[in-house]
Ligand binder design. Sequence first.
Ligand SMILES: *Cc1c(COP(=O)(O)O)cnc(C)c1O
Length: 223
Amino acid sequence: MNVARNLEFILKELPSAVKLVAVTKTHPDDVILQAYHAGHRIFGENKVQELVSKHQNLPGDIEWHMIGHLQTNKVKYIVPFVHLIHSVDSIKLLNTIDREAAKNGRVIDCLLQLKIAKEETKYGMDSDDVLAMLCSADYKQCSNVRITGLMGMATFTSDESQIEKEFENLADTFRKIKDSFFKEKTYFCELSMGMSDDYKIAVKAGSTMVRIGSLIFGERKYQ
Ligand SMILES: *Cc1c(COP(=O)(O)O)cnc(C)c1O
């Protein structure tokens, strides 16, 4: 596995406006450092414990993204340093992040995770949940979080037209929410979609941020 070469290959293919989140879950520090020394600075983890320990062990100028499901009782561990939370899927979670961010004197950027896949296992809200959230008093009182866009994961399938449809739906929802709630807000600009197997489809559908693990670091070995 040549991490630097894999990174270079992917970056060459991505339009320059699309950000690459290198997903490091299950990979050891020395492998992650290969990406760091190749110049990469944006890394993503899906578990709080792993995110916290990697943040502690690795260089301080890394921009850490939380991309996995986040439980409210664990928010406090990542709030001091996290750069972007991709996986906000309830007003309760957003309120918790807001409260913990205030304690830390921070404003934390968050993406709302939408459920676009057919599988029952994927987390996320539907667009009605998002509308309800953005209209709620609980949302309006938040001053230590900033919603900068949306995130979604497509169905795990080889049917590319299905994946394409799901990403286009998400891009459509993004435009509608932007128009209704964030029209003048230039910070509402991120559409996090696309992983190793489907990032090209996602980019075509308008992704601004892809989250790629195995294509950079190889297959994951779970214990
Ligand atoms: C693991 C993970 C990824 C990256 O998956 P790959 O298929 O290895 O690229 C992207 N997004 C989320 C939320 C993940 O948990």
